[in-house]
Design a protein around this ligand. Sequence first.
Ligand SMILES: Cc1cc2nc3c(=O)[nH]c(=O)nc-3n(C[C@H](O)[C@H](O)[C@H](O)COP(=O)(O)O)c2cc1C
Length: 205
Amino acid sequence: MATRDLASMPKRDVYRILSSLVIPRPIAWITSVDDAGRVNLAPFSAFMGIFGPPMLAVSLGRRQDGSLKDTHRNLRERGEAVVHLADRPLLEALHASAEEVAPEISEVARLGLATLPSLRVAPPRLAEVPVALECRLNQELELGPATTLILLDVLVAHAADRIYDESLDCADASRWQPLARLASVAGPNYGVLGETLRLETPRLP
Ligand SMILES: Cc1cc2nc3c(=O)[nH]c(=O)nc-3n(C[C@H](O)[C@H](O)[C@H](O)COP(=O)(O)O)c2cc1C
């Protein structure tokens, strides 16, 4: 058993260890727009859904030089974003969109991704991604000098017909291959949903 006292370790080591243990993580692939209307795209895996109220939480770090990431700055300035959940065919594009580029360069245009207008927010949604959640900024929680937890209200949910079960009015996990982030140093750094099964909710006799 490897046991590490995280409280006494340097930040970098803590990140490496903890992000290799808390897996698999869903990946929020986020479009946002700046004041000039330019579309930004980036992936974030410190991410979770909060389903009642309908919210999402995403933890955004700072760039090496301490400045805000484009997604963070756009959310602060415009208060809106679309959070996508991608599947296997989009893995390479998702990964490439993490590259740090100048704010005037749009990752969406660079990667040749098609977009569609959103219903309730300014950032467009990605046409080929099976799930898109239109969101508005609820609040920011500062978690130390270099990390901010962003809470988003989900206003509109879009799911591709191919993954949606109309009779049950929700998506069916067996119809797509959602991506997951794994440890970034040792072993594979991405996963694709593999074996799936269904258990009924246990009930006390
Ligand atoms: C799969 C994956 C997950 C990531 N998760 C996070 C995260 O949770 N928080 C974060 O701050 N950066 C995360 N990053 C790094 C950002 O994507 C990266 O800093 C990106 O350049 C930010 O883009 P932006 O400046 O356009 O917002 C992740 C990168 C990858 C490839």
